[in-house]
Design a protein around this ligand. Sequence first.
Ligand code: UDP
Length: 325
Amino acid sequence: MNILVTGGAGFIGSHIATYHLEKGDNVFVVDNLSTGSIKNIEPLLDNPAFTFHEADILVWDQLKSVISRMDRIYHMAAIVGVKKVLKDPQAVMAINIAATERVFRAVAEVRPQAQVTIASSSEVYGFNTNEGFSETDDIVLRSGARLRWAYAVTKLADEFLAYSFMYQSGIKVVIARFFNTVGPRQVGTYGMVVPTFIHQAVNNLPVTVYGDGLQTRSFCDVRDTVVALDLLNSTPAANGEIVNVGNNEEISILDLARLIVKRAGSSSPITFLSYKEAYGMEMDDQTHRRPILDKLQSLTGFKTKWSLYQTIDDLIALERKRNRP
Ligand code: UDP
């Protein structure tokens, strides 16, 4: 099978690329290396079944000719991370929506039979206060100029672009709503809590909990995520569906900090920062975020293999390795 991964040098994209090469597929990656990194795909570069194009998806002149040869497209190119969103909301709005539109237009024109996956996000559930989110739950976004929701708005726009191309052009699409994804190669630069805490704990630095730490998240190892995505793409009944992708084990951010400090055998203190201190402005944070996975499980039978403990131990070991001269 020929597979294109846009944003394939990024955290999730590079794991998708690795997974499909191991399965024996031909993998094409396009990435402009804005937040992705060549280091993420370095081990793949010598593989004859792997092709890397360093290009901006918005202007890449080979987009159509590459897509015309693809069986499957994972569209992962996007700007993510709360801090990045707050720093450059213009880019988030423009790039996240325009890139998706350009990919769909190309698919509709030159390869309408390709199977497309787009990366949506649990952020689209917004301020919905349910304990867990299922795909038909209401979307609750704050009105008023709250830039913090810019990312969610772009992901909703991507979902609706997907619908419009399914409806008008018959494109096959799976809309994956990712819940917090973690694992090797994720960086803490733009907020991401797990790599941030791992780095702090391994280096005995203060572990920075934002707010009261009672907000919860459910973390899914990226090595599970890629399996779920492949299963969804291989399941005809998933075509045209929105599906939560994640792990439903839930933990508060304060407990996460304690757990990481403990597993790392660290002497780090846990410190609390207000959202204003952390982000430079007041922030609406989601208080709970747990996926209801019934749809994913009934469509594919998918079960996660990685527990949060295993992922954390793995990430601690990798962080220590990085620290060694
Ligand atoms: N967070 C934290 N300390 C950090 C980074 C993040 O307490 O150093 C919190 C953040 O406020 C949020 C949760 O951890 O409540 C998850 O943040 P992340 O940016 O990883 O992802 P989000 O779920 O917000 O998209």
